[in-house]
Design a protein around this ligand. Structure first.
Ligand code: ACM
Ligand code: ZN
Length: 524
């Protein structure tokens, strides 16, 4: 038998001898109280689907599931003895993760396990995966497959990027035009095919419930005040200078953003988040806040009026004002707020808002200072944890070896790192085949960064685990890239880098130039 392995690497894993002491067959007995039933069913489904067994009649083998209600949340132990497996979760989540581990062991051993013992618990409480459905719409089934894979990787937060310049994807009853107009674009870059799609309330509730059954929280993101062309195409009055906007057909950062000067903007945004927060009840919402050009705000009389009235000095303070005001509205409703770390200068964003660190605009010392003074962070540094970046730039090894560390960080500050999140942006990921190839096995690397203890990380050991990992994913219908493809060298690496440069052709600068021109003409 090949050496048994687990991804993410557990805290401790002892195997005693080589001979199997437990064999999976069609006679099996499950033991456990009612509170363990969901996990029992999860395991049964796996055994049925992967081993084609119907292990219902009692036999020699016994799998016992327990919840101890002791120890760190999400932790578990797993013991295999003669004819017996014991899964003991510290809580429901821990038991669920014990099941995820057992699935990997059963698959690799073809159901014949030696005597072994595992103790395990996570390094970070937040272990996320983000899917950008704004650029490309992914079906409910596709989203569920990502969630299924998240569970296998012991990830626990699904960050759902539901709006961007190129598409608004969640249907809201009080703002129907957002999807009636904003979910459709006429073409994508240089092709001529329309692209469209949105999630109904029922779709969203189905996905949330699916995620909950896998102990995954769902955090919706409506990206404002930038990345909002799809919203402006539906409700142009949200812009500083309303015009006949269309949903962007090219990628890139757009000059037309939401106007933070007008009072009516806040009424609209509050109503939008009121409805969103009724659907997404996990208590955290992502406000976006990234990549906001301020060219319109500098010209807009309403924005300038607001800057004066609030005693601000410039448009970057207006950016912070907008984010703080919407965040504080949500916080009063009991909702926690996340944002990307695009730090507007001047007045800072309130400390109560957790930042998602994605780019190097902040120096490590500044991040440390924020952490040391109480701001919480989720780490998604784009050079390492963005899954759309080609392997030529972010190889599997580079991704694996990333360790969030910030010069000047204190022990107290370190506690404010909530965890890490992998982000799958989809400008160049139009379908599931591409998504799978870009995501896996990098998601495996990231889940070791998220779950495994720092001293347990070992790239060579990780690579040795990948053949059985890929085989399991293949069995579950997911085609992961090979280690070779995920580690390009020489000419392949160069070609990959050049290929990535083509994205600049799709940046759609003309969309900004045309809009700038229209506004200039109108002002003349
Ligand atoms: C981002 O990548 N603009 C968050
Ligand atoms: Zn304005």
């Amino acid at each position: 038998m090949e050496k048994l392995t687990i991804i993410p690497e557990p805290v401790s894993f002892e195997i005693y001898g080589e001979l199997p002491v437990f064999t999976l067959d069609d006679t099996l007995c499950f033991e456990g109280s009612d509170e363990t039933e969901a996990c029992r069913n999860e395991l049964l489904t796996f055994i049925r689907e992967v081993f084609y067994l119907e292990p219902l009649s009692p036999g020699r083998g016994k799998i016992r599931l327990e919840i101890s209600r002791e120890g760190q949340s999400e932790g578990y132990s797993l013991t295999v003895d003669r004819d017996r497996i014991l899964l003991r979760g510290n809580d429901e989540k821990g038991l669920f993760y014990a099941v995820q581990t057992l699935k990997q062991l059963l698959f690799q051993s073809e159901g014949r396990l030696p005597q072994l013992h595992i103790e395990d618990y996570p390094r970070f409480p937040v272990r996320g995966f983000m899917l950008d459905c704004g650029r490309y719409f992914f079906t409910v089934e596709a989203v569920k497959q990502f969630i299924e894979m998240m569970a296998l990787h012991k990830l626990n937060e699904f960050h759902w990027h539901l709006s961007d310049d190129q598409g608004f994807r969640c249907r809201l009853e009080n703002k129907l035009l957002l999807t009636e107009i904003g979910s459709y674009r006429s073409h994508t870059n240089f092709n001529t095919r329309p692209h469209e799609g949105y999630y109904t309330k029922e779709d969203m509730l189905e996905i949330i419930s699916y995620a909950h059954s896998r102990h995954i929280r769902v955090i919706p993101e409506i990206d404002t005040p930038g990345h909002s062309k799809a919203m402006l195409s539906a409700y142009p009055e949200l812009a500083c200078f309303p015009q006949d906007f269309s949903v962007s057909s090219f990628w890139g950062v757009k000059h037309d953003v939401i106007c933070p000067g007008k009072e009516s903007t806040y009424t609209f945004i509050e109503e939008l988040f009121d409805e969103l927060a009724e659907i997404f009840t996990d208590g955290t919402v992502h406000l976006g806040g990234d990549e906001v050009p301020t060219v319109r705000w500098s010209l807009c009389p309403e924005c300038q009026k607001r800057i004066k009235a609030e005693g601000m000095t410039d448009v970057s303070e207006l950016h912070a004002y907008y984010l703080n005001r919407v965040a504080s509205y949500l916080e009063k409703k009991g909702v926690e707020v996340r944002m990307w770390n695009d730090m507007p200068g001047g007045k800072a964003v309130d400390r109560s808002v957790a930042w998602q660190l994605w780019h190097g605009g902040m120096k490590p010392r500044q991040v440390a200072e924020e952490l040391n003074t109480g701001r919480k962070f989720v780490i998604s540094c784009s050079d390492y944890y963005y899954l759309d970046i080609p392997y030529a730039l972010t190889s599997l090894e580079k991704c694996y070896n990333f360790e969030p560390s910030f010069e000047g960080l204190t022990k107290e500050g370190e506690k404010n790192i909530l965890g890490v999140e992998a982000c799958l942006w989809t400008e160049f990921v139009p379908d599931m085949l591409t998504a799978d190839r870009m995501t896996y096995p990098r998601l495996a690397a990231i889940c070791e960064g998220a779950w495994s203890q720092k001293e347990k990380r070992d790239y060579d050991r990780f690579v040795a685990k990948l053949p059985s990992y890929r085989a399991l994913l293949g069995q579950l219908g997911v085609k992961a890239a090979t280690v070779k493809k995920a580690s390009p060298k020489g000419v392949k690496k160069l070609m990959g880098k050049l290929w990535w440069e083509r994205r600049k052709l799709c940046w759609g600068a003309h969309e900004n130039i045309i809009s700038d021109y229209r506004i200039k003409k109108r002002k003349e």
